[in-house]
Structure formats: structure tokens, C-alpha cells
Design a protein around this ligand. Structure first.
Ligand SMILES: [Zn+2]
Ligand SMILES: [Zn+2]
Length: 139
């Protein structure tokens, strides 16, 4: 059964490999989403030299809900909630490009209901809302 309450799910295996930790750390310290090649660029000095190493680490971290992919930007961002392996929602500012992860419990309920009404069951979602952020709105 697919559950939308990914936040309540038990923490998954947290024993990350060295490479996964390095990639996660980079993303957690970045103020903006990063593309795979710029992750590769930044981590060359850390001994991660092949794109495959980066892609493997990104793939695993994404599955664990530690990072998310921003599809429209083809970039990755560290999860700012606890862990959301399946369902994510982001705002992307159309003016400055600032990306923010939404805590989306209310949204999950609404989406769940909508899908149920159509006699389907949802497995995952990845939403991106285009907005004008606080700073850009007042300018
Ligand atoms: Zn998240
Ligand atoms: Zn903005």
C-alpha cells in the first residue's frame, strides 16, 4: 500500500557510504540546487573523480529521501524536512530562482483525496510551484 505520509516512515538505513556522505554534505551546505556536473567539479579534490560515482551517490541519496531532484532545473537539493522519500513539493522563484522545499502534509491529504476520487492510488509525486518569493514580491 502506498502511503503519502513519508514523514512518518521509519528512518531508513542511515549508514551512508563515504561517497554518499561527501555528496550529501556538499548539498546540505549549498544555498542553491546543484547540477550533477557541478557536484562532480566541486568534489574532484575529495577523490570523487568519475561521474558514475556521483550518479550512484545521488541515486541512493534520492531513494533515501535525503536529497531531491528539482526536475525543471535538472539539479539536486538536500531535503530540508526530515526525510521525504516519495512526495516532495517545492517553490521556485521565477525572478531570483530561489528554491524552497515545502512542508507538505496538507498538500498530501488534498492530493490523496483527489486521486482517490478518481479511483486511483498514488505512488509518489514531485511538485514544483512557480512563485515570486518574499524578496522579489516586494521589489
Ligand atoms: Zn524533503
Ligand atoms: Zn525571488
Amino acid at each position: 500500500m502506498a502511503s503519502l505520509k513519508s514523514h512518518n516512515k521509519k528512518e531508513q538505513d542511515l549508514s551512508l557510504t563515504k561517497n554518499q556522505k561527501i555528496v550529501l554534505n556538499l548539498l546540505q551546505n549549498s544555498s542553491e540546487p546543484l547540477k550533477a556536473y557541478s557536484i562532480l567539479d566541486s568534489l574532484k579534490t575529495e577523490g570523487l573523480k568519475s561521474p558514475l560515482q556521483i550518479y550512484r551517490a545521488l541515486d541512493k541519496l534520492e531513494k533515501l529521501g535525503k536529497i531531491h531532484k528539482i526536475e525543471s532545473k535538472n539539479s539536486f537539493i538536500a531535503c530540508s524536512n526530515s526525510n521525504c522519500a516519495r512526495n516532495t513539493a517545492f517553490t521556485i522563484c521565477e525572478s531570483c530562482g530561489n528554491v524552497k522545499e515545502l512542508k507538505n502534509n496538507y498538500l498530501s491529504d488534498g492530493v490523496n483525496e483527489l486521486i482517490k476520487k478518481n479511483k486511483m492510488s498514488i505512488t509518489r509525486y514531485n511538485l514544483e510551484f512557480y512563485v515570486l518569493c518574499k524578496n522579489c514580491k516586494t521589489n
